[in-house]
Design a protein around this ligand. Structure first.
Ligand code: NDP
Length: 701
């Protein structure tokens, strides 16, 4: 899936940054009260109207300045963490970044102090501060869990965080007399080393990593013991990197109590969130989009580790597509509304477009962050609260999205992530307090979810599987058709719902098409997904790899001709992961298993055809109807054929491009409802009709 290109506005960004810097200067000199919009405008040499245009009011400006300070330290922590590989190194990274020399300079220190003085009174600043504090604690705790028992990790993390704040505050209040950056870091370092030595002497061996974090995800412990499917006695399961089998972290399953608590919190939060003007909700979503883009590399790496997809894809598609979606629905949030209906001189009517309430999102594992954004963005834009359950195979990026939304100003409880397997999904789907479920998953799961949702008549949006046709006519530009077929089959190792896996090629050009195709398939680079040159990564799990391989075996048994690929790739380090070579079958028939069933792997079936009506009939002969593509240079034929294809999303002379502006979804058993585009608003709102009388009541009684 590829996002539409985003437009960037470097000049606007630059202007914003300048104004934020001027605000920090002003805060350092004049304090919180003395800093006014007019004063900032005068310092920056611009009109107060321009400052208001960018930030709204003084609160908006101060909010941006505080975020900027907090973000800078956060980035310093992340940069330092990337340079180290040990848990002790990560603890030091947190200390060194928070007590870096620049945090002890007069200007930055005074601005921080000005904000700290307001934290108790200004809710928005308090939220930024608490996100920052939570993140610091979580980084410390995750690193400490590898070094000391879990209970000790919790309290030691809190002590280190408190000491960082305490030393800095005393230094600032003493006018930097009491400590400088170097001595502050030395004090903290000595304290941490002392505590770690003491713990090592006291702790029983082997006890590392237990207590779950709020979002249910903990970092990997040093000794792998569980597979991703097994839930331990502590209610946790391990999540692994499918490219090498390494454990990425432990995840805590949410049960009845957690689901009930989440719904209760969401219900309270939604009442306030849904009552905000659309423009305020939009502001939060837009900030979240900016934060996603700013953290693109980090999130892409996380997604690649979790899914096995090449970094070359996640870096340009997954995060960007999520950010585009948040930005797009931020725009729509501001223009949500009903209509006025003229009922003659005695009355008129109007409609209100209202949120549904608390809604659930349940995601598949192939585009974890994108799916979370595609569901969260319209839900939140329309004023709903969302509880999101990622697929158990890919639990991490949804938690990052939650963090980012909170950092962007989303009130607690409006977007929550619960982890777990199908049972957790079922608890959400059946919950009486949830008004809608949006699922991305298999057709069978869609049927189960719809059945469960029916018990309380919930709305459902179902984005399900497919076995989509791609039709190449004899007048098509051959290179483009081959390129389209590659995009339609091998992106994300073939794990894309809309893939055009039934490639119908006109008999007269099939030989040439196959020659061009095989040449390009054989040149594809399979390898470590983190390597920038890798084009084909791992499949999501060992179990899924065996399922894909068994389909390949079935294709051969049933008489399809294997043209290329067809096997697991185990060279060198790849033996530790779940890699399957891009596979092309020719001489396929419509009744073969590989042509009828969704494989969800890198397996293309090539079929030939003679005439237009025949190919349309064969393309439609499936219970699925997610997507379809046509390659032809005949304009009228393109539209004529597309109009007759039974599919929710179609492409002419391209494939698998999914700009957020276009609604996406399936017909027949591929789903119900639409994501993206204005159409998604219908699925996250309900209409209220209001009749307004302008005269007396004419009653016969
Ligand atoms: P699944 O249907 O196995 O799972 C989807 C999600 O539903 C998971 O979070 C799963 O939990 C949860 N779940 C499973 N059973 C239930 C239940 N009874 N009640 C509530 N929740 C449940 O799909 P996959 O994750 O295997 O994803 C692959 C499928 O998704 C393919 O068929 C693909 O075509 C489809 N897909 C469709 C897209 C679209 O937009 N149309 C886009 C992407 C994928 P758990 O993870 O624990 O099993």
């Amino acid at each position: 899936m590829q996002p539409a290109e985003s437009l960037h506005e470097p000049i606007e960004e630059m202007r914003r940054r300048q104004l934020v810097e001027v605000t920090i200067d002003s805060l350092a000199e004049l304090g919180y009260v003395g800093t006014t919009l007019a004063q900032i405008a005068a310092r920056a040499g611009v009109s107060p109207g321009l400052v208001a245009h960018y930030f709204g009011d003084k609160d908006g400006l101060l909010d941006a300045a505080f975020r900027s300070l907090a973000r800078r330290v956060g980035e310093q922590v992340r940069t330092r963490m990337r340079r180290v590989s040990t848990p002790r190194g990560r603890i030091q990274a947190v200390i060194d970044a928070n007590l870096a020399p620049e945090e002890f300079d007069q200007r930055t220190g005074s601005a921080w102090l000005a904000f700290w003085g307001q934290l108790l009174h200004v809710e928005r600043l308090k939220r930024i501060q608490s996100v920052y504090q939570r993140r610091t604690l979580s980084s410390l705790r995750n690193a400490l869990r590898k070094l000391v028992p879990a209970t000790e990790a919790q309290s030691l993390a809190a002590m280190i965080a408190a000491m960082i704040d305490g030393i800095w505050l005393r230094a600032a209040l003493s006018g930097w007399q009491e400590a400088d950056s170097e001595s502050a870091r030395a004090t903290l370092t000595a304290f941490v080393d002392g505590r770690l030595r003491a713990c090592a002497a006291e702790a029983p061996p082997g006890e590392v990593g237990a207590a779950g974090e709020p979002a249910g995800v903990t970092a990997a412990a040093s000794s792998p013991g569980r597979t991703s499917a097994a839930v331990g006695a502590d209610g946790q399961f391990a999540s692994i990197n499918p490219a090498n089998g390494e454990i990425l972290g432990y995840v805590t399953v949410a049960g009845v109590a957690q689901v009930d608590a989440a719904v209760a919190a969401a219900t309270i939060a939604q009442a306030r969130w849904g009552a905000l003007p659309g423009v305020e909700r939009a502001r939060v979503l837009r900030r979240a989009a900016d934060l996603l883009r700013a953290r693109n590399q980090e999130l892409a790496e996380l997604e690649t580790r979790d899914t096995g997809k090449p970094i070359q894809e996640t870096r340009v598609v997954d995060v960007a597509s999520g950010a585009d979606c948040l930005e797009y629905f931020a725009g729509l949030a501001q223009s949500l509304g009903g209509e006025h209906i003229d009922l003659g001189p005695a009355a008129f009517g109007y409609t209100r477009r209202e949120p549904l309430g608390v809604v659930a999102g349940i995601g598949a594992w192939n585009y974890p962050l994108q799916i979370a954004c595609w569901k969260a963005a319209p839900a939140l834009a329309c004023g709903n609260a969302m509880i999101f359950k990622p697929a158990e195979l890919t639990p991490f990026s949804a938690v990052k999205l939650q963090e980012i939304l909170i950092e962007a100003g989303l009130p607690a409880g409006v977007f929550q992530v619960l982890q777990g397997f199908a049972e957790t999904g079922r608890l959400l789907t059946r919950h009486a307090g949830i008004r809608k479920v949006s699922l991305t998953g298999e057709v069978g799961t869609g049927k189960a979810v719809m059945g469960d949702a029916a018990q309380s008549l919930k709305n459902v949006t179902l984005e399900l599987g497919g076995k989509s046709p791609l039709i190449v006519f004899d007048d098509a530009k051959l290179d483009n058709a081959v390129g389209g077929a590659l995009l339609a089959n091998f992106y994300s190792s073939g794990q894309v719902c809309s893939n055009g896996t039934r490639v119908f090629v006109h008999r007269s050009i099939k030989k040439r098409f196959l020659e061009g195709l095989v040449k390009r398939v054989n040149a594809m680079k399979i390898g470590d997904p983190m390597h920038p040159d890798t084009q084909v990564g791992a499949l999501i799990s060992e179990q899924h790899m065996h399922k894909v391989l068994s389909y390949i075996a079935r294709g051969r048994e049933e008489g399809a001709r294997l043209v290329t690929g067809g096997k697991r790739v185990t060279s060198g380090e790849l033996a530790r992961g779940f890699f399957v070579a891009p596979t092309v079958f020719d001489e396929c028939r419509d009744d073969m298993t590989i042509v009828r069933e969704e494989i969800f792997g890198p397996v293309m079936s090539v079929l030939d055809f003679e005439d237009e009506s025949e190919v349309i009939e064969r393309a439609n002969a499936t219970p699925f109807g997610l997507a379809a593509g046509v390659f032809t240079n005949d304009l009228t034929r393109a539209h004529r054929v597309i109009a007759r294809l039974q599919a929710g999303t179609c492409w002419i002379n391209h494939y698998n491009v999914t700009p957020v502006e276009l609604p996406f979804g399936g017909v027949k058993q591929s789903g119900l409802g639409r994501e993206n585009g204005r159409a998604a608003l219908e699925h996250y709102t309900q209409l209220k009709s209001v009749y307004v009388a302008m005269g007396d009541v004419d009653s016969p009684y």
